[in-house]
Write a protein that binds this ligand. Structure first.
Ligand code: HEM
Length: 472
């Protein structure tokens, strides 16, 4: 980046943005003083309590809950926000989109993911787009089309790592991205996959940035990556239309969506849906897979049980076997490992909603335009639901019907319950199957894992993989 560009950016932020934000802050404080707001403090002008939130991590929520109860106000990430930690009310909020609780994800995310991204639409357009999404990942689709693709991908992607030290964080990120490219558009590695990967990494980074469009900012880079990505996807759509070949993948289904869902999508809608699909599964899938490897390494009894179940599945099959839907259905313990990992690592801390009207909650009034942080993290560690909640114990999912528990929100709830829940679980189970039947893994060095606000290993997570001897 040129120095003069940086200077211009700084002048823009200090001279234009800052005064606007301060005036808006003062207006907010005066306007909302009269309302029956929940308890809590808003912190400093403009920045609010964002720094405390980032620095204190989960303790930020815990400490305020002790002071103010399950519902409190604050000002984080540029918005007046009410944090809700009451599981019943959280469930109610996620079921009440039509009563004014629409998705409230940051502006950068909405700009970069596009106007037809599911988080950007609500009401009838959301219902229509969601219907198309669900048709792409329905159980018959998974059984007949997606699982065979996932299986073939995992088998080759996880081959030949015996004797190597692998950064499992980088590996699972690549896995999540390349696997979705294969499912969506039958893209199998090669230069196209590499170009898409570069743009998608940049795009994902941009969605988590402040929406300040100056040269060199992650936001601008994210927008640029989006533009290039849209160009590539448009070209791909044109090639598909011109060709007679049937790929039988998600892109084919989207291009013919009027046959299955009676909804004819425009090219812009198809492109944004593809970006939504890749983006939504990317971090959730890669982080869960990475953390499963780590937890299993640290809990040998669980690793042994996982191996036992998966060796049983491959018993009697030919050397070039594939996993079918019945095999997947019999991965009871493997599925439990996935859920326990999601719970323990808390891959999703909470969900954001924005109010389209004033809403009353627990006797308080939350003003139109405010955000609600449906904070679900603490549910995962509630000892009443999960006994010895800080222990990694996949068996708990076999004993109690926890998936049907009223506070089960690992995949959200209500009108936006994750449509990728099942296909995502299939993918991680398949990943674990090929890992555990082929390798032992031992952690190398001291790897630091941060759990908040996102689960990540800043310097990677390294394991030495050794070929599993009984595997011919
Ligand atoms: C372990 C894996 C996953 C986890 C933990 C997860 C979690 C979630 C959660 C909590 C939500 C609710 C968001 C909200 O209410 O604002 C959600 C929504 C969504 N997820 Fe997933 N997800 C996973 C995998 C996937 C995969 C693989 C896909 C794609 C195939 C996907 C696609 C989506 C989409 C499109 C939405 C938005 C739905 C809507 O707005 O109606 N997810 N996910």
């Amino acid at each position: 980046m040129e120095i003069s560009d940086m200077g211009q950016g700084l002048i823009f932020v200090l001279g234009v943005m800052l005064p606007i934000l301060i005036v808006r802050w003062i207006n907010d404080v005066v306007r909302y003083k009269k309302k029956r707001l929940p308890p809590g403090t808003m912190g400093w002008p403009v920045i609010g309590q964002t720094f405390n939130f980032m620095k204190e991590g989960p303790d930020f929520m815990k400490n305020r809950r002790k002071l103010y109860g399950d519902l409190f106000k604050t000002h984080i990430l540029g918005c007046p926000t009410v944090v809700c930690m009451d599981p019943d009310i959280n469930k109610q909020i996620l079921n009440s989109e039509s009563k004014g609780f629409i998705p409230g994800y940051p502006q950068a995310m909405l700009d970069i993911l596009g106007e037809w991204n599911t988080a950007a639409v609500h009401g009838a357009p959301h219902k229509a787009m969601r219907g198309v999404l669900l048709s792409l990942v329905s159980p018959p689709m998974i059984r007949d089309h997606l699982l065979p693709k996932i299986d073939a991908f995992m088998k080759s992607f996880l081959a030949g790592m015996g004797g190597e030290v692998v950064d499992i964080q980088a590996k699972t990120k690549e896995m999540a991205l390349l696997s979705s490219l294969k499912q969506i558009a039958s893209i199998e590695g090669g230069p196209l996959a590499q170009s898409l990967k570069t743009e998608l990494y940049q795009l994902a980074l941009g969605t988590l940035s402040l929406p300040i469009n100056f040269p060199g900012s992650n936001y601008r880079r994210g927008l640029q990556a989006r533009r290039r990505l849209v160009g590539m996807l448009r070209e791909m759509i044109e090639e598909r239309r011109a060709s007679q070949i049937s790929y039988n993948d998600m892109l084919d289904n989207l291009l013919n969506s009027d046959e299955s869902t009676k909804l004819k999508l425009t090219d812009d809608q198809i492109i944004d849906l593809i970006i939504t699909l890749i983006y939504s599964g990317y971090e959730t899938m890669s982080t869960t897979s990475m953390m499963a490897i780590k937890y299993l390494h640290d809990h040998p009894r669980a690793l042994l049980e996982l191996r036992r179940e998966n060796l049983e599945i491959r018993k009697g099959k030919p050397a070039d076997y594939t996993i079918n839907y019945n095999d997947y259905k019999s991965m009871i313990f493997t599925r439990a490992v996935v859920y326990e990992t999601l719970r323990m690592a808390t891959v999703v801390n909470g969900l954001l909603r924005k109010l389209t009207q004033d809403v009353e909650l627990k006797g308080f009034v939350i003003p139109k335009g405010w955000r609600i942080y449906v904070y679900t993290r603490e549910i995962n560690y509630n000892p009443e639901t999960y006994s010895r909640s800080l222990q990694f114990n996949p068996w708990r999912w076999l004993e109690n019907n926890l998936e049907s528990h009223q506070h089960f929100m690992l995949f959200g709830s209500g009108t936006r319950l994750c449509p990728g829940k099942e296909v995502g679980t299939v993918e991680i189970c398949t990943f674990l199957h090929y890992m555990v039947t082929r390798y032992w893994w031992k952690e190398v060095g001291k790897n630091n894992i941060m759990k908040f606000p996102r689960v990540q290993a800043p310097n990677g997570l390294h394991f030495k993989l050794t070929e599993y001897e009984q595997f011919e």
